[in-house]
Design a protein around this ligand. Sequence first.
Ligand code: ATP
Ligand code: MG
Length: 360
Amino acid sequence: MISLFGNKKIQAFGLDISDASIKVMNLRRREQSLIPDAFADQPLPPKIISNHVIANERRLAESITYAVNKAGKLETKYVVASLPEAKSFVRLLSMAAMSDAEIDGAIPWELEQDIPVPVDQVYLDWEVVAKTGDKLTVLVAATQKDYVDSLVESLKLAHLRPVALELESQAVARCVVGLQEAKETVLILDIASVQTTFIIVEDGVLKYTSSIGVAGNALTESIARSLGISAAEAEKLKKDTGLVLESRRNVRQAILPILDNIIDEIKNVARFHEEHSASRKPISKILLCGGSARLAGVADYVSTRVNLGSGKPLGKVQLGNPWSNLAITKIDKSVPQTPEQALSFTTAIGLALRGVIHGS
Ligand SMILES: Nc1ncnc2c1ncn2[C@@H]1O[C@H](COP(=O)(O)OP(=O)(O)OP(=O)(O)O)[C@@H](O)[C@H]1O
Ligand SMILES: [Mg+2]
């Protein structure tokens, strides 16, 4: 997979920065296995990053330092950090066969029509993902410069060195696409707190990403509104009850309309993929990850709804297993133990995997 600025061969840890939290994950190589040995999940106070804009670089640096110290045991200053999907664009371009230097020159022209911001306001990276006859398929990732510049400055203030900056979708895909999924067309949903990201990976290659601003926070707000309770109480009820407890039918009823918005978008994304993908391979599996995939009963509900009344079922819906690509022999006590707990750290684990693979 490609990543912006990824170049050095250095062991690094994963740093997942979002509007709501900072997550740290380090993997240590021991013989044939990778051991998750340092970890932190630090909520980010409001107004440091708002709407994917870094409003205060110095305060972000302080929060990063706090999270890194909390993780402990980090023997490196090198990080692989995440870039938010909402500030990024992933595009597949079809081009005539040409040299790397020519591709470098051609991409800005090709992309100009295709992204909603001026091409001189983004940093670009690309990779040739297929070559057929005299045609190339080039995967391009672009992230807005203002975000990247602020992030790099914040990392510098926190005395960290980025070896790679990577789109959340790329990290998530590396984390949950296992050997079996790498032979299929998989739709991954990262259902986080403020956004849900949709990622299509076909035969192990990232093909599409998009995101909507509906996720776990919207579920909590809906419960709080319908039941007339505080956000903190609603958050607790959501986690305790999920969709399964019959006795709390009112919680389920508050959650479902919001979840249905996400499910409608699954159908839109799947339709778009079928109409536009060159391979025309239908989606064979839907993997759910991100903290909100921990909502009890969510996979069963999504499964029923996406396949309801559709002539063409969209395949199996299941929870992703963030530890699946790790060959773990041991997990340090401080790290989330079960695959279900680890769903909140899918992005961080994917970044850490990049850091350890890169460094070996
Ligand atoms: N057991 C659970 N049941 C339901 N929801 C849960 C559970 N555990 C965590 N969540 C929800 O997961 C969400 C956080 O997910 P995650 O950690 O992936 O988000 P984030 O990366 O911090 O946010 P974002 O990427 O949107 O800025 C919150 O809305 C939280 O309520
Ligand atoms: Mg996230």
